[in-house]
Write a protein that binds this ligand. Structure first.
Ligand SMILES: Nc1ncnc2c1ncn2[C@@H]1O[C@H](COP(=O)(O)OP(=O)(O)OP(=O)(O)O)[C@@H](O)[C@H]1O
Ligand SMILES: [Mg+2]
Length: 341
């Protein structure tokens, strides 16, 4: 795998102006708050975190569907915030595609599959009807659908098939970078597995780079080369898949891993699992806690955590934002990773 970055996001912030639910005054909801990540060519970068942590917002910014409030995006070496005339935005736009979570609302209900899947070709390339049908037939086969499906409408397909159609549409321009925002979360487990394998299979056959979003750490583990953990608008830990799954450093990552249900009750009672019960709910991104964002839920929090925000520090080729990760690691090694069961 090349280590050259394809996508670099530097200090990205996305603040939404909203009405404060208590005071009724204008307030800022900090959906993404100072995130810097670098996604290498041909890797799958997995982003995991609870609902509301800002995953979709970050994914939409990387897919160029939304502009950040501040920060810089560098794509394939080009600074997208610059006004450089030589920058070919059209070309870059077609190289970046996205697949959304909901296969029911993402496809136009009154258009035939050939028109839905072929539309990007119509916009970006001047092809004849026959050429478009040929291209659509090829891509339908790649995603496991039949050529004759192209003359049908979305309502004639199951959720899994619709997600294959959405994927075909995203792939038809042969993108370099694909953002996958919970692409299987709305599907039955057995269908989910088939779509995940299809995504892996397609990636093995191309040189695409994936940014794969899920709230499910088991899915992220299965798909990713590198993993970022997001909490309340911030990346709190980032490491290679192996390091993150087998040696998580941040208490939130440990919690996510320990929360995966395991079938063996004996092992499920391992003493360290109990210690990692979190307090309360994820706070609102309108009034995030001062200091460490995780402070209200962390079983290891001290006064320092309430006062000082930990920086996302680099250590051994990975990053973690916790004042006490070394101490916690000594006193609280993770005994069993769920994936060893
Ligand atoms: N257009 C918007 N206007 C105001 N607030 C928004 C907007 N879009 C997202 N938010 C808020 O930003 C925060 C992050 O939302 P986001 O959808 O990115 O989270 P997520 O991690 O994808 O969650 P989920 O797992 O539920 O999909 C949430 O508090 C959400 O309510
Ligand atoms: Mg989301």
């Amino acid at each position: 795998m090349s280590s050259k970055p394809l996508v670099e996001a530097i200090s990205i912030k996305k603040y939404y102006e909203v009405e404060h639910p208590r005071t009724g005054k204008n307030a800022f909801l900090k959906a993404v708050d100072n995130v810097s990540i670098s996604i290498k060519q041909t890797e799958t970068y997995g982003l995991v975190g609870e609902s509301g942590s800002g995953k979709t917002t970050l994914g939409r910014i990387l897919a160029l569907l939304e502009k950040p409030t501040s920060g810089k995006l560098i794509y394939d070496g080009f600074d997208l915030s610059s006004t450089n005339k030589s920058l070919d935005y059209r070309k870059i736009r077609r190289e970046i595609q996205i697949v959304f979570q909901d296969p029911y609302s993402s496809l136009h209900p009154r258009k035939k599959i050939v028109d839905i899947v072929g539309e990007p070709l119509l916009i970006h390339e001047k092809l004849s009807r026959e050429q478009i049908e040929n291209e659509v037939a090829k891509i339908l086969e790649i995603v496991g659908l039949k050529q004759e499906h192209m003359y049908r409408y979305p309502h004639e397909f199951s959720g899994g098939q619709r997600q294959r159609i959405a994927l075909a549409r995203a792939l038809i321009l042969k993108p370099k970078f694909l953002v996958l925002d919970e692409p299987t979360s709305a599907l039955d487990v057995s269908v989910q597995a088939r779509i995940l394998n299809l995504l892996k299979d397609i990636k093995d056959r191309t040189n695409m780079t994936y940014f794969f979003i899920s709230h499910n750490i088991a899915v992220i583990d299965y798909m990713s080369d590198r993993i970022g953990v997001m909490y309340l608008g911030k990346i709190v830990e980032e490491a290679s898949r192996n390091d993150l799954i087998y040696r998580p450093l941040h208490p939130y990552t440990k919690y996510l891993l320990m929360s995966v249900p395991i079938p063996d009750p004996e092992k499920a009672r391992a003493p360290n699992r109990k210690k990692l019960r979190l307090k309360g709910e994820i706070p609102s991104p309108i009034d995030p806690p001062k200091g460490c964002r995780f402070v209200t839920r962390c079983p290891f929090a001290t006064d320092k955590c309430m006062r000082e925000e930990p920086v996302l520090e680099e250590t051994n080729g990975r990053r973690v934002a916790c004042h006490y990760w070394e101490k916690i690691e000594k006193e609280f090694p993770i005994e069993l990773s769920w994936s060893e069961f």
